[in-house]
Design a binder for this molecule. Structure first.
Ligand code: PRP
Length: 220
C-alpha cells in the first residue's frame, strides 16, 4: 500500500493539524522526537508527513509530492496552484486587509496613484486592479510589512491582520478588508482519483471531529 503523504506548514498550524489527525487515529510518534528531520513516517498506518515553508505547501501538493496539504487561504490564493481546496479547518482565522495611517484613507478614496507594499503581490494586484479598479504600484516585501508606510516606502500595505496588535503598536489601522483567511485542506488532483477511498475517509473523519468540536462550542 502506498503511503498517503501530508505536507504541513512548519509551525503552530502543523502542531494543531497533528492534534486534529490524532483524534481520527492518524498519529506519528516519530514527529514528536525533537530532531532536525524533515520527513516522518508511520509505516504501520501508511502515512508520511513533511514540514515545509507554508508558501511551498501548494507547490508540493500540485506536483503530487504530497497527496494532502494544510495551508492558509492567503497562500492558496497567492500561489494559484492547480489543486482541490476541500475543507476549511477554521484554524488560524485572520483577515487580509489594506492598512496604513489614517492619512492614507483619502488617497484610497480618490483613486490616487499610491504605492502598496505586500508579501502578497497577486492578492494585492487582484484587489486593486480587478475589485477596486484602481491603478497602484505594488512593491513586494518578504516580512515586517508594517514597516513600509512608517519609513515612506509605501502609502499602504496589504497584509494579514490577526489580533491587530502589530498595527496598533505602529500607529496604523485597517482601512479596507480584502478577504477572510483560515487554514484549508488541499488535495492533489490525481491523488483524489487514485486514492479516493482513503482520502475521502480521512476528510470525513476530520469533518466529524470539527463538527463535534463546533457542537461543544455551541453548547457553552
Ligand atoms: C503577520 C502579519 C502581521 C502580523 C499580524 O506577520 O504579516 O505583521 O502577523 O498579526 P497581529 O494582527 O496579531 O499583530 P508575521 O508575524 O507572520 O511575520 P512577518 O512580519 O515576517 O510576515
Amino acid at each position: 500500500m502506498k503511503d498517503i503523504v501530508f505536507a504541513l506548514p512548519k509551525g503552530r498550524l502543523a502542531d494543531k493539524t497533528m492534534e486534529l489527525l490524532a483524534q481520527i487515529g492518524i498519529t506519528c510518534p516519530e514527529m514528536e522526537e525533537n530532531t532536525r528531520k524533515l520527513i516522518f513516517r508511520n509505516k504501520e498506518l501508511g502515512y508520511r508527513f513533511f514540514l515545509a515553508k507554508p508558501s511551498d505547501v501548494p507547490t508540493y501538493v500540485e506536483y503530487g509530492a504530497a497527496d494532502i496539504g494544510v495551508v492558509g487561504r492567503d497562500t492558496i490564493i497567492e500561489e494559484d496552484r492547480r489543486l482541490y481546496e476541500v475543507m476549511d479547518l477554521g484554524m488560524g482565522r485572520c483577515r487580509m486587509c489594506v492598512c496604513g495611517p489614517e492619512s492614507a484613507r483619502e488617497k484610497l478614496k480618490h483613486n490616487e496613484l499610491i504605492r502598496v507594499a505586500t508579501k502578497y503581490p497577486h492578492i494585492a494586484k487582484d484587489y486593486f486592479y480587478n475589485v477596486k479598479q484602481q491603478t497602484v504600484e505594488i512593491i513586494k516585501l518578504n516580512g515586517s510589512i508594517e514597516l513600509a508606510p512608517l519609513v515612506g516606502l509605501s502609502e499602504v500595505i496589504v497584509d494579514i491582520v490577526e489580533t491587530g496588535t502589530t498595527l496598533k503598536e505602529n500607529g496604523l489601522m485597517v482601512l479596507e478588508e480584502v478577504c477572510d483567511i483560515s487554514a484549508r485542506v488541499v488535495v492533489n488532483q490525481v491523488s483524489m482519483k487514485m486514492e479516493n477511498e482513503r482520502i475521502t475517509n480521512i476528510l470525513s473523519g476530520i469533518r466529524e471531529v470539527l463538527a463535534k468540536e463546533q457542537a461543544i462550542k455551541n453548547e457553552q
